[in-house]
Design a protein around this ligand. Structure first.
Ligand SMILES: *Cc1c(COP(=O)(O)O)cnc(C)c1O
Length: 462
């Protein structure tokens, strides 16, 4: 593949953009390809190379790159009519009505412009309504570029994960391992009266994809209820992808107090939302006194793109299609790595997929940090394992070996994934997310042929 144009563009970009990009994850090595345009489930770069695209904007593009006619028409209509006013429009009400009709926890919403803005406002709201400061987050969870959640460390022993954030922010943030019910119980025993909220993705979607162990989300629901804390599900990545229109909370059957959304609900345009029971969301200004505001919030073009995208998904077999292809690719990958178990773990559900490089030498099998049994043998019978993506079934023979926490994913071969595997896939025309941690997405524009071609590429690269 020729990448001359991309290299020249990156050379120019490095002079005027920090690190040559506008979001750090895009700076793939040795330099990123610059995209010229999308085409269905593919992207075409500045040198004319074509890739099957599983990045899909890092999540927003449920339908792929070609807007269905009704989405395109709405975007054009709202763009040429305004494009925005600083006064309310009907389309904001319509999108809010659609979301509150489908998402179990959501009666009322406030729209913002990104997932980060949504989680910032959700944390502020939780602190305001409980009169408490502490929030509990998951190690390996991601909630955007916000001061309160960019922490490293464990328990109350946390520190900001980036320079520029005062230590005081981390002092109010407690980090626990995902899927570790005992750790969550201990934290509530010690600090329950001070905890405003548990903020978690219903499944880790930005750290390898980690499915919840049965009962874990229910435990978080009980602990927060018992201690007068709120449960916030950050469904920025899972919203309208996992569980379809009811989102992951509907699929897993656990209803949070507050839900943050973004990505898909903007149909490819910048958006975010904080939703929940009316008596909570009403506390935002001007109805209540929790300050919340934004020049571009509820932008008509983004609202229209999101509304028509969700309507299109509701009226067509979008979820059926993407989930079927997701199943097909995860099952195909499970077959490909079958003779190398447990070196690789295929993860994901619905239209999410990834392989975690849980690779270690024979006899030195990786064990998860919270696995139940004590022995250190490889699983000897894989017949009963999850067939199309790890679901953390307790009766699966690989249960003790599947990554369950952020730390388990960190222990995988992340460098090998990024430096050897990702470029090998790119050179075969398959565009995966840039590192071991970010989820990959099947879109409605992908075809069976795309999946087959992708599986061939995996076979060659692994
Ligand atoms: C992407 C993401 C965010 C951040 O959203 P931005 O729109 O990038 O600010 C927050 N939480 C989760 C779970 C995400 O996947």
């Amino acid at each position: 593949m020729n990448h001359e144009q991309s290299r020249d563009l990156y050379d120019r970009a490095l002079s005027v953009l920090a690190g040559g990009v506008n979001s750090s994850v895009r700076a793939t090595r040795p330099y990123p390809f610059f995209v010229e345009r999308g085409d269905g489930g593919h992207v075409i770069d500045a040198d004319g190379n074509r890739y099957i695209d599983y990045v899909n904007g890092y999540g927003p593009l449920l339908l792929g790159h070609d807007m269905p006619e009704q989405v395109r028409a709405a975007v054009q209509q709202y763009a040429s009519a305004g494009p925005m006013y600083g006064a309310p429009t009907e389309v904001e009400v319509e999108l809010a009505e659609f979301i509150s009709r489908h998402v179990p926890s959501v009666e009322m919403l406030r729209f913002v412009n990104s997932g980060t803005e949504a989680t910032v406002s959700a944390v502020r709201l939780a602190r305001a309504v409980t009169g408490r400061d502490k929030i509990v987050v998951m190690q390996g969870g991601y909630h955007g570029a916000q001061e309160s959640t960019l922490v490293d460390g464990a328990g109350t022993n946390t520190a900001p994960s980036s320079p520029g954030i005062p230590q005081e922010f981390a002092e109010h943030t407690i980090a626990v391992p995902f899927n570790d019910a005992d750790a969550a119980r201990e934290v509530f025993e010690a600090h329950g009266q001070d905890i405003a909220a548990v903020l978690t993705e219903p499944m880790l979607g930005n750290h390898g994809i980690v499915h919840p162990v049965e009962g874990y989300l229910e435990t978080l629901r009980e602990l927060t209820d018992d201690h007068g804390s709120l449960l916030i599900f950050d469904e920025v990545i899972t919203g309208f992808r996992v569980g379809g229109l009811q989102c992951a909370q509907g699929k897993f059957g656990v209803t949070p107090d507050i839900t943050t959304l973004a990505k898909i609900i903007g149909g490819g345009f910048p958006v975010g939302a904080i939703g929940g029971r009316s008596e909570l969301i009403e506390q935002f200004t001007p109805g209540g006194d929790v300050f919340q505001s934004g020049t571009f919030s509820g932008h008509p073009v983004a609202m229209a793109a999101g509304l028509e995208t969700l309507r299109y998904a509701a009226e067509n077999d979008v979820y059926e299609h993407v989930n079927e292809l997701g199943e097909k690719i995860r099952a195909g990958l499970t077959d490909i790595v079958a003779d190398q178990e447990p070196s690789y773990t295929v993860v994901g559900t619905d239209s999410l997929f990834k392989i975690i490089f849980t690779r270690e030498g024979p006899g030195d099998v990786p064990r998860t940090s919270i696995s139940a049994s004590g022995d250190n043998r490889e699983p000897d019978d894989l017949d009963e394992q999850c067939e199309a993506g790890c679901k953390q079934r307790a009766d699966c023979p690989r249960f003790d070996y599947c990554p369950k926490t952020g730390a388990d994913v960190d222990a995988a071969e992340t460098e090998r994934w990024e430096r050897l595997f990702w470029p090998a896939m790119k050179e075969q025309g398959v565009f995966l997310t840039a590192n071991q941690f970010e989820a990959q997405f099947v879109s409605a524009a992908h075809t069976e042929a795309d999946i087959e071609e992708t599986l061939e590429a995996y076979k060659n690269a692994l």
